[in-house]
Design a protein around this ligand. Sequence first.
Ligand SMILES: C[S@@+](CC[C@H](N)C(=O)[O-])C[C@H]1O[C@@H](n2cnc3c(N)ncnc32)[C@H](O)[C@@H]1O
Length: 263
Amino acid sequence: MTRVFSGDVAGYYAKYRRGYPPQAVDALRDVFELGPDDVVLDLGCGTGQLALPLAAGVRSVIGMDPEPDMLRLAGEAAAERGVDNATWILGGDRDVPALRALLGRNSLAMAVIGNAIHWMRHDELFDALVPLLRPGGGIAVAANGTPLWLQENSWSPALRAGLERYFGTGLAPSCGTLPQERDRYRQALRTAGLTEVREIVVEYTNELTLEQLVGGVLSAVPADRLPAPADRPAFTEHVRQCLPAGQDTFPEHVRVAVLTARA
Ligand SMILES: C[S@@+](CC[C@H](N)C(=O)[O-])C[C@H]1O[C@@H](n2cnc3c(N)ncnc32)[C@H](O)[C@@H]1O
């Protein structure tokens, strides 16, 4: 298996990938009525973008991810923030049945999947998760905005063209954020027997510096395509040249959409 998020990519992810707005995290707490006895699973947790803020107010968070470098940085971020109720487990969607053997039925208040569902066999995953959920608990599928090169703004199309030139390949249009993909997940949640399928939407605007923009791009480049460290200044310059001239910051509109469904 290619380790897409390994090495420096994990470092860029931890440093530059946007976190989730507090309103989205609070809305998850409300929908599933999360409380101090609850255990939450963040599957495909990355460097802890959801697991860490969710840890406050529940008994325990399990962050599970197949990439050891992402998990290591999640653990470091937890230590830095004083989060002491998170457990990091190396594993992916296909390991959820084994998790069921460990935790038992009705043990989870919520399983959340953030920007990662497109890596998983979602139908089988939802079926495997349902017996784990406590009454009133459920599954959340989060999309944290649109990739930088696919946004509708003044600079994103130029960024996309520049990245396609640099890497010599078209950029995949999908990462679980497109409306038709969201419809598929919505339907799959219903098919798995979940009810009250809803969508939480939080929108905000943000200004990215060139460093943040380049860091965000590099957090999404597969590890085996990442420019070598010595080539990164030239990569940054390439990106700068692609972007509209005379701008120090690059505005983006971020739309966070979280499907929720209850057991
Ligand atoms: C784009 S990151 C998302 C990280 C974080 N959840 C977020 O919302 O920013 C995708 C994560 O999914 C993980 N992943 C890839 N394949 C997976 C699988 N089959 N099961 C679980 N996680 C997977 C990757 O290792 C990576 O950490």
